[in-house]
Design a protein around this ligand. Sequence first.
Ligand SMILES: Cc1cc2nc3c(=O)[nH]c(=O)nc-3n(C[C@H](O)[C@H](O)[C@H](O)COP(=O)(O)OP(=O)(O)OC[C@H]3O[C@@H](n4cnc5c(N)ncnc54)[C@H](O)[C@@H]3O)c2cc1C
Length: 348
Amino acid sequence: MQENFDLQAHNTFGLSVRARYFCEAASVQQCRDALQFACAADLPLLVLGGGSNVLFREDYPGVVLHMTSRGIDVINESAGTVLVRAAGGENWHGFVQHCLHTGMHGLENLALIPGCVGAAPIQNIGAYGVEVKDLITAVEVLDVTTGEIAELSREQCEFGYRDSIFKRGLRGRKIILSVTFRLQRAPLVNVSYAALAQAVSHIVDPQPQQVFDAVCAIRRSKLPDPAALGNAGSFFKNPVISRGLFEKVARDWPELPAFPAGDAPHTSVVRDSVKVPAAWLIEKAGWKGRRLGHAGVYELQPLVLVNHGGASAADITSLAEQVMGSVEQKFGIRLEPEVQWIPPRSMD
Ligand SMILES: Cc1cc2nc3c(=O)[nH]c(=O)nc-3n(C[C@H](O)[C@H](O)[C@H](O)COP(=O)(O)OP(=O)(O)OC[C@H]3O[C@@H](n4cnc5c(N)ncnc54)[C@H](O)[C@@H]3O)c2cc1C
């Protein structure tokens, strides 16, 4: 347990905020020890993986528990289907690579997403036409109050678009120890996403390795590397709005793009709703490439907020709030952060 610990290397925004206490946990026992320490000291506890989906708005007044558990095990295999369980502290991209190299397919489209396996179910990570919920069969959790271990089925996780029960009813109440995935031995690929289909269009029968390579290449060309430019990926979700609101906005902005809502967030399933691209709204509100002090909106992808170097937690928070405010004022559409704010906003 380290005291007054600088979290700069543990959040991809690269913000220099401090945790009152910080420890690593590679085992269930170490998780339980940390929980006991926090409970005895009457302090809150925050589980951290790669810190790639968090915005620390201030120093953390409790215990930050960094998951470092390792292990990838095939637990069952039949008729070409493999159940593989990975520890919460495994690096996500490393796990995707391991599965590809050992002939277990389905995760290729989710290559190069930063962070750890244990965080993947939290916001149901998704990219290039695949959401992780479609591959997860179970999530093993440790209850932070009782210290008991349980397994949640996919249904119990209540997955939605960048959403799950871990962001709502179970927020902060479970430590994800491991995740079990159902993968395929057959080299099936999913190139339904237009940009990916385009990238492999010169290949007659694209194989999983080629899809993996194409996803990595697209991501490297579009998204800033947090090691070079601090960021947390897409800062905002694409808003899911009612068709009525869409038609109202489209009267003034006929070029406003819209997509089928798909899985709307579980809490606010809107019938007959559409998804509109947050990047489009932010760009039209004039924010693309703009800077406020050391914080900025990335010039190649306005969904991404960046730390140009030396930005404070307050700088990023203020930029995010101003972007949300001006999009709402211009279009009447409220942007919702995808990144988890610590502490949460009062309306979360
Ligand atoms: C450049 C870049 C690109 C990205 N691209 C994508 C993308 O394409 N698609 C996408 O969905 N996301 C994307 N992200 C967001 C992010 O990578 C994912 O959300 C990832 O799953 C976060 O993992 P993490 O380990 O860094 O989580 P953290 O940031 O460490 O934690 C996120 C949340 O999960 C909780 N948490 C973490 N681990 C556990 C655990 N074991 N038990 C309980 N709670 C836990 C934390 O308390 C926190 O609330 C991107 C981020 C970056 C920086």
